[in-house]
Design a protein around this ligand. Structure first.
Ligand code: ZN
Length: 307
């Protein structure tokens, strides 16, 4: 068996959003190393990436970023400054980068050939990277080692995410390994992708059957669908429910009515959680980006099946 070219460097940013922390991958390209997702802007993590390359006798020659969230992209700039390596990103990326990489394009890095896949849904600027030689897919936050990923409006799009999963199922179900943005590597891609697809379909089914019982608000749906989930996770759940509702509304399957009132305290706890109360301010920015809390909900909306 040939040793893997891939090493994982775990960033020291564990949280409910990031599992044990963000995964940075260092790939041995022969004469140099390629880094995927430098991670959060933590100096000792940047040091750890540089040292991991040096331990292998390699300089860092390219930096690839799956998407712009604050737990994946910000260390690209300091790592590029230290190594001189160019940063590759999605054409829609808003963080500093040197080169963009279009869907389906293959690039050669030393002994490696990587293909970029436009994989929107979790984020609009999301790329995954395929490495056919090792049967590997670097999936960023499309597929993670444990649990599911957040698909939260306004930057997350449920139908785009489901289309991305379908594309991965068509093209990467026979991959050997999925290296996600968080958690351990996935060694059964076919089952994992199928599980992810089924999970979203099941949730949408729950939303539709709850609406068939009675017109409902997002907090009402969350309290019914996620009754067995700890209430601390309900704000995240609300963003997933909203993503399904937006998709259903755009397809004409659900209609909405906006009430002339603000959320009450119970609803506000779910719709407008106070992220500043999180212990670590950097965690609040990760949570806000991941969960799409770009502004507070000011009016309660009722959803019901289209007539
Ligand atoms: Zn993310």
């Amino acid at each position: 068996m040939v040793a893997s070219r891939v090493a994982r460097i775990l960033a020291p940013n564990p949280s409910p959003m990031t599992l044990e922390g963000s995964n940075t991958y260092l790939i041995d390209a022969g004469d140099f190393a390629v880094v995927i997702d430098p991670g959060p802007p933590i100096d000792r993590h940047v040091d750890a990436i540089v040292e991991a390359a040096r331990d292998r006798g390699l300089a860092i020659g390219a930096i690839l970023v799956t998407h712009g969230h604050p737990d994946h992209a910000p260390a690209a700039a300091p790592l590029a400054a230290r190594t001189g390596a160019p940063v590759y990103a999605h054409a829609r990326a808003s963080f500093p980068h040197d080169r963009t990489w279009a869907d389906g394009r293959r690039l050669r890095f030393g002994e490696l050939e990587l293909i970029a896949l436009d994989t929107p849904g979790h984020a609009v600027d999301h790329l995954a990277f395929g490495m056919e030689e090792e049967g590997a897919l670097f999936a960023g936050d499309v597929i993670v080692g444990r649990g599911t990923v957040v698909v939260a409006p306004p930057f997350g799009d449920m139908r785009a995410y489901q289309a991305t999963l379908g594309r991965l199922q068509d093209n990467y179900a026979s991959a050997r390994t999925i290296y996600g943005g968080h958690g351990e590597a996935v060694d059964d891609p076919r089952a994992k992708i199928a599980e992810y697809i089924a999970h979203r379909a099941a949730r949408e089914g729950q939303v539709l059957s709850a609406l068939a019982e009675r017109p409902s608000t997002v907090p009402d749906l969350v309290e019914r669908i996620y009754r067995d989930t700890p209430a601390v996770l309900w704000p995240a759940a609300a963003r997933q429910v909203l993503a399904h509702l937006i998709a259903l509304e755009s397809e004409g399957r659900v209609v909405t009515r906006t009430l002339a009132r603000e959320p009450d305290a119970r609803e506000a706890a779910i719709l407008n959680p106070d992220l500043s109360r999180l212990a670590d301010p950097s965690l609040a920015s990760v949570a806000a980006a991941e969960l799409g809390f770009d502004r507070a909900v000011e009016r309660i909306v009722v959803y019901e099946p289209a007539p």
